[in-house]
Design a protein around this ligand. Structure first.
Ligand code: T5A
Length: 215
């Protein structure tokens, strides 16, 4: 079965809290699609364009990051996304590519909306303004306990945790719950996958689900 019968490509987004395995799985799933002769484009948020990568640096590594307000943070994530959609994602979809994006607008709904407690009205409006008509065809949520993901992310060889990795555990628990509630209230677009298995097991589950929809 195919989601689209025209020659348009797909946008498949990967979501979940820190260390849930999104980047690992995006790369593995890209290889799976390539083996099926799809033209694949992998990108990420925040970032994915020269402007977006500059915004990413401010969001994650600015020495003044401690003073960033939730509202400014929301708008910076949205700015990176607005650029990525118009410069990279929309042209790739029009060219028939499978676009795999490591995080997208659901990250804003959950991290800024649920985590930072910004009201859902402005979050939704800014999300819609940033993406225009480009919405994911499928979103894979990799679910696992916040403690496990954080431990994985922190164990990784890194000089310093970035600004977003310095929240307390309650914040990441809220993020996890936020994703699960999103998948429950807006079914259809989401595939929720248990992220506690091995890398290979999680990959197999995601691929099995995606294959039903797009291959
Ligand atoms: N953010 C982002 C917002 O607040 N709002 C927004 O709108 C957007 C877009 C982005 C930060 O910005 C926030 C969310 C984030 O805090 P990032 O560096 O892109 O920052 O952070 P993450 O997306 O969280 O990236 P991580 O690298 O921390 O997590 P991933 O990508 O989920 O995990 P991955 O694949 O890098 O794996 C982490 C480690 O775990 C191992 C891997 O080998 C790696 O060492 N691993 C496993 N180990 C055991 N079993 C498995 N199944 C494993 N899968 C992976």
């Amino acid at each position: 079965m195919s989601l689209n019968d025209d020659n348009r490509g797909y946008l498949i987004t990967f979501e979940g809290s820190e260390g849930s395995g999104k980047t690992t799985q995006v790369n593995r799933i890209a290889e799976r699609f390539e083996k099926h002769n799809y033209d694949v484009l992998v990108t990420r948020e925040p970032g994915g364009t020269p402007i977006g990568e500059e915004i990413r640096r401010i969001l994650m590594h600015s020495e003044n990051g401690g003073a960033m307000t939730p509202e400014a943070e929301l708008l910076l994530f949205a700015a990176s996304r607005a650029q990525l959609v118009r410069e990279v994602i929309a042209p790739a979809i029009s060219a028939g590519k499978v676009v795999l994006c490591d995080r997208f607008l659901d990250s804003t709904t959950v991290y800024q909306g649920v985590g930072r407690r910004i009201a859902s009205g402005p979050v939704q409006m800014i999300n819609e303004f940033a993406v225009g008509r480009v919405m994911p065809d499928v979103t894979v949520i990799i679910d696992l306990p916040a403690e496990v993901g954080l431990e994985r992310a922190r164990r990784r060889a890194r000089e310093m945790p970035d600004r977003m990795e310095q929240e307390n555990i309650e914040f990441y628990r809220k993020v996890r719950q936020g994703y699960l509630i999103l998948a429950k209230t807006l079914p259809g677009r989401y595939i929720v996958v248990d992220g506690t298995g091995s890398i290979e097991e999680v990959e197999e589950t995601i691929w099995r689900e995606l294959k039903k929809l797009v291959v």
